[in-house]
Design a protein around this ligand. Structure first.
Ligand code: SF4
Length: 205
């Protein structure tokens, strides 16, 4: 199928995500297996997305299977917001994410690891900017995206962030990216490369 997508549709990259599987590897084993199968058929840049696995040796295995970049998504920055919005996922402390980020950057390379930050869930502007700064400093691209309420979900009535909030956020994080020389264009595969959910790439240049 990936072969046909490349040949017939001109697909240039592929993203595989997991959600939150109830396994200690957080889906890394399955992603590794999928990447190996895809890479056996077609030369297509791949991003895998999962939560930090229990053993960081999974990053080496993922890379060896042909995964080019990795997404591990914080979603929110402030521990209090994380606990309120996603009580399950918030049980994984930020310190574990940062250990995983550093280990993943050593394997995938500077700027080839990214994380989703959803603006509008309750994080203050300064908190998101400080978190992005910290991420960029260790080689992780902060993919900042506006929260969009979706009918029928638990957050259907949660307000989306204002345009002014997003503009200020994009400008400040764009400046940090420029200063660091980090760009979504250099990411081999992934959401930041696609960019459809965020206007951040317009502020990197
Ligand atoms: S940026 Fe949005 S549209 Fe693009 S791959 Fe990621 S989730 Fe999908």
């Amino acid at each position: 199928m990936a072969e046909a997508a490349v040949r017939l549709d001109g697909v240039k990259q592929m993203i595989m995500t997991t959600g939150t599987p109830n396994t200690s590897d957080r889906g890394a084993a399955y992603l590794t297996e999928c990447a190996r199968a895809i890479r056996a058929r077609v030369n297509l840049p791949l991003q895998a997305q999962c939560e930090p696995p229990d053993e960081f040796v999974w990053f080496d295995r993922m890379k060896a299977a042909g995964i080019d970049s990795l997404g591990m998504h914080l979603e929110a920055a402030d521990p209090a917001v994380r606990a309120q919005i996603m009580p399950g996922k918030a049980t994984v402390p930020l310190s574990h994410y940062f250990d995983a980020f550093e280990a993943a950057v050593r394997v995938f390379g500077w700027g080839q690891v990214n994380t989703y930050l959803l603006a509008g869930l309750g994080d203050r502007l300064e908190t998101l900017v400080q978190m992005s700064d910290r991420l960029i400093q260790i080689g992780v691209y902060p993919f900042v995206v506006p929260f969009v309420p979706i009918a029928g979900t638990a957050l259907a009535h949660h307000a989306a962030p204002s345009s002014d909030f997003m503009l200020a956020l994009y400008q400040q994080i764009g400046d940090l990216l420029k200063r660091a020389g980090m760009s979504s264009a250099d990411i081999k595969a992934g959401c930041a490369k696609c960019g459809a959910c965020s206007a951040l790439s317009m502020f990197e240049k």
